[in-house]
Write a protein that binds this ligand. Sequence first.
Ligand SMILES: [Zn+2]
Ligand SMILES: [Zn+2]
Length: 373
Amino acid sequence: MPLSVFLVPIYTRPTPGSWSQLVSAGLIGGKGVPASVRAHPRLFLTLTAPSFGAVHARRTDGSCRPGPQPSCSHGRSLQCQTRHDEKDLKVGSPLCDACFDYVDAVLWNAEASRLWNRTLEQIRRRLAAHLAPGLDDNPPGFRLSYLKVAEFQRRGLVHFHVVLRLDGGGEAFNPPPRELTTEMLSIIIKDVVGEFSITTPHGEIAWGPQFELSDASALERDDLRIAGYLAKYATKSIDGTKDFARSFRARSNITSLNGSSHLRQLALTAWDLALEPEFEEMNLRAHAHAFGHRGQLITKSRHYSTRFLDLRATRASYMARESTGDPMSGTFIFEGRGYDDPHTVEVAEFLHWLSLEAKKSAPRPHATAGEEQ
Ligand SMILES: [Zn+2]
Ligand SMILES: [Zn+2]
């Protein structure tokens, strides 16, 4: 297989610090966002995919599926007494390949970003209805901003880590109307995520039952914790397989991979589905390395915090000053993409850590904005 590498100028590559600055600016201010946003309702949300078949797992107590389990229709046991090591390739792979619904799993990945966009639209609509019942023509004065990171679970299904923040309307970062509290936002999100689905030509697409919601204002001395985390993270080495780091050019690129046969099968399913006329317009072949997922790995709404472009421009002008004055003559390095994009993994881990911290230090389930102010 010919080795092809994506080359990007080093200064355009977001550093671990810059991605996390982007996240933390929207939470605690900085990079043009005022520190007063700390008093706004801010939530961490994790959304997952539903089940497409029983898979090996590594639960918090280290077990997989120890209890009595029925056999599947292919006569295979769905019980597993093994305590899997974290590196065990079995984790995330199905107990029975024939039972796992590869087609629906790939189609779920393919539609997940659209499901998110429609879910967000629905949350905004319900907030508007809460603020001004029956008033459809004049949109009420609030803005729901977000930053979303897509991350792949071991089973090859995408899940989303999202930071949400409520502001007032307009261009400034004013507080939202008093009626729109953290508690109200939490209730609406739980309702919408639990019941919302989109209709596609291939069936209904909905979120999985496992989802997490925590209040970012429960973070104590959030600025220090975030800074401490970043310092710790900056020294962490990032490695991992590059098997799914870029799109495939031939089916044999996939079949020749070593590693998890489950992930290979997901990629092959996406590749082969593209041959069928009804899936043609989904361009699944170009996304076989992401198991069908077609969205960006990191997305944000315009007002969440500084733009990716601004971070790049700052770095480019800095590099230009430091070197010969030509920002294009720099060192070129490999930029991983897709499944193993280390920056996405980093931001995803950062968000996951923040949400765990928020949960840990939460003095109460949901603080209201009223209590904050
Ligand atoms: Zn197992
Ligand atoms: Zn089976």
